[in-house]
Write a protein that binds this ligand. Structure first.
Ligand code: NDP
Length: 329
């Protein structure tokens, strides 16, 4: 097909609109690899972009979608041949460059990761940037010697995308995982099925510099007062993988956990991760996330036309786990 469907973000003087359009292949930006996209997904950042809640998008018009999985249609890169399955996450795609919420994408070959054997295109997007980020967080904790024997690991924003995959991964790897969520009433069953050993509410602010040592490790997707609370409650030499800011971008903490208990904050950046890290992370995801876990984290599969409405849901914290977008639906 020389035309294809795409969600297009356009800016006028008053607002940003997201409309389903029919585009021509010639409209696509330059790149070595033309991809027939099968699935994309909705991450928190896609929600920000599509609802224009934060200035995530740097150029208009733009096809949003920070993730895609599909089949190579044409390639001038020796690394990829027509028919190859590929995954793309990050690199500013869906922010500065046209992204995955379309039936076709033309991209730079350096941005791609070969689809690992044993992972379907749909399940690659059940994971997407959220799953990749969760895996990076687990790799960072492992690199800082946080093992299943170290003690409990807490995951915040537990019922969200990054949180859900982090719980599933850590539990499967033998860690004792505590899920912190604002949805104790509605998400406990789900979080326990993912492998949490128990579920607790959200963290609360405190004026104290140090509190009882509770957590050997933490995966934080919330930031703000939540991350500050974690620093106060980490055990000596404990590590927090700092992933997100769903609850705020500030960090109202003190230096005492770091200088008196040797606590580590491990920054997680999925967008600019190098190729080798991506390959390792996607291989580990493929080995660790069973089909049952992938099905459990996939809250729904939607079509392109539903993306604007579901983007509002994700901004209101109403999405549990992951949303996959079937761009051909
Ligand atoms: P989701 O929207 O799927 O999940 C976010 C979760 O955070 C919600 O489900 C909710 O969990 C919790 N939450 C939301 N608002 C608040 C609040 N005000 N206070 C406390 N908790 C809150 O988003 P993702 O999982 O996709 O992303 C999570 C964060 O990680 C985002 O900030 C995102 O930008 C960031 N991120 C960073 C990446 C990186 O490279 N560093 C890559 C991917 C994401 P619950 O209902 O369980 O409390």
């Amino acid at each position: 097909m020389s035309t294809f469907k795409a969600l297009l973000l356009e800016k006028n003087e008053q607002s940003v609109t997201a409309t389903l359009k029919e585009l021509a292949v010639n409209d696509l930006p330059e790149g070595e690899v033309l991809i027939s996209v099968a699935y994309s997904t909705l991450n928190y950042k896609d929600g920000l972009a599509v609802t224009n809640r934060a200035p995530v998008v740097r150029q208009f018009p733009l096809v949003p979608g920070i993730d895609l999985a599909g089949i190579v249609e044409e390639s001038t890169s020796a690394a990829y041949q027509p028919g190859d399955g590929v995954i793309l996450t990050g690199w500013g795609v869906g922010e500065m460059y046209w992204g995955g919420l379309a039936q076709k994408a033309r991209v730079h070959s350096d941005w791609l990761v070969p689809l690992p054997d044993g992972l379907s295109l749909q399940n690659a997007m059940a994971l997407g940037t959220a799953g990749f980020t969760a895996m990076l967080a687990v790799l960072a904790l492992e690199a800082h010697d946080i093992t299943p024997d170290s003690g409990e690991v807490v995951v915040t924003g537990a019922a969200g995308g990054v949180g859900s995959v982090a719980i599933a991964l850590l539990a499967k790897l033998g860690y004792t995982v505590v899920a912190s969520t604002g949805r104790v009433d509605t998400a406990t069953d789900y979080l326990m099925k993912l492998g949490a050993s128990r579920v607790m509410g959200r963290f609360t602010p405190s004026k104290r510099a140090l509190e009882k040592e509770l957590w050997a490790g933490a995966v934080d997707t919330v930031g703000g007062e939540t991350l500050a609370a974690l620093t106060r409650q980490m055990v000596r030499w404990g590590s927090v993988a700092v992933c997100g800011m769903a609850g705020g971008g500030d960090l109202p903490a003190t230096v005492y956990p770091f200088i008196l208990r040797g606590v580590n904050l491990l920054g997680i950046d999925s967008v600019m991760s190098p190729f080798i890290t991506r390959q390792i992370a996607w291989q580990r995801l493929t080995e660790t996330m069973t089909p049952e876990l992938l099905e459990l984290i996939t809250e729904r599969v939607i079509g392109l036309v539903e993306v604007p409405a579901v983007s509002q849901d994700i901004m209101q914290g109403q999405v549990r786990g992951r949303v996959v977008v079937d761009v051909n639906r």
